[in-house]
Design a protein around this ligand. Structure first.
Ligand code: AKG
Ligand code: FE2
Length: 225
């Protein structure tokens, strides 16, 4: 399942992040890629270790954690550290698969889902589409600034060359509490159903209680703590 969530960052938050990011220093993106991805990674990564970088990460992380649809779709257990990437002048990121594991020690996580939060207005750069291989063909997106694209880390994907302007994004990975993608999709459907039914039914109604019980018990069956 691949979805685009609109306005995970509001226009104000995009502006705030963009202005903070403009004060950061950058280094070659190949430094943070795995051995195969390194060959095709042609972008730069912001240094987020200082106070400004920390402020950026905090702002974005808070928006991610409170987003109800992202929570329902991803069932996040752990988030990777966020990265800010920039591509211009024909840069991009050729077809690759993300590393299965990231980080080390207690911070090590399995990458179940990858996401990109677009920070640049799409009218300000040419190219730079994110293209993800799906069983039904390539899914190509270039959404508005503030939108988040969530897709399975199991896929081959690429960022098409940026032929003019500059593409700035925030990327990260999620280890889901529900490892199996099919199980995650069933739970996402049920959560959407719950949200729809909640408009007509009281939370204490037998229907809503049974649905709550079903979702909770499927999480026990399929989820990791
Ligand atoms: O920039 C993007 O949209 C995706 C980047 C990517 O695939 C990666 O960092 O592994
Ligand atoms: Fe990737």
């Amino acid at each position: 399942m691949m979805i685009t969530l609109s306005r995970v960052l509001t226009p104000n938050q995009v502006q705030k992040v963009t202005s903070l990011v403009s004060g950061l220093s950058w280094r070659d993106g190949a430094d943070t890629a795995g051995p195969t991805a390194r060959e095709v990674k042609r972008n730069e990564q912001a240094d987020l270790t200082g106070a400004t970088g920390t402020a950026v990460k905090k702002l974005v992380q808070a928006a991610l954690e409170r987003h109800p649809v992202l929570r329902a779709a991803a069932q996040p257990r752990r988030f990777s550290p966020l990265m800010i990437s920039r591509a211009s002048n024909g840069g991009g990121y050729g077809r690759h698969v993300d590393n299965a594991f990231m980080g080390s020690g207690v911070r090590r996580l399995r990458t179940d889902l990858s996401f990109t939060i677009f920070l640049s207005d799409p009218s300000t750069y040419d190219g730079g589409e994110l293209a993800v291989d799906t069983p039904s063909g390539e899914h190509i997106v270039k959404p508005d600034a503030g939108d988040l694209v969530l897709y399975p880390s199991t896929t081959l994907h690429e960022v098409r060359p940026v032929t003019s302007g500059e593409r700035i994004v925030c990327v990260g990975w999620i280890e889901s509490a529900v490892r199996d993608a099919a199980a995650r999709e069933i739970l996402f459907d049920l959560e959407n159903l719950r949200a729809t039914l909640a408009q007509q039914h009281d939370a204490q109604s037998p229907e809503m209680l049974t649905l709550a019980k079903t979702i909770s018990n499927l999480l026990r069956l399929w989820g990791d703590a």
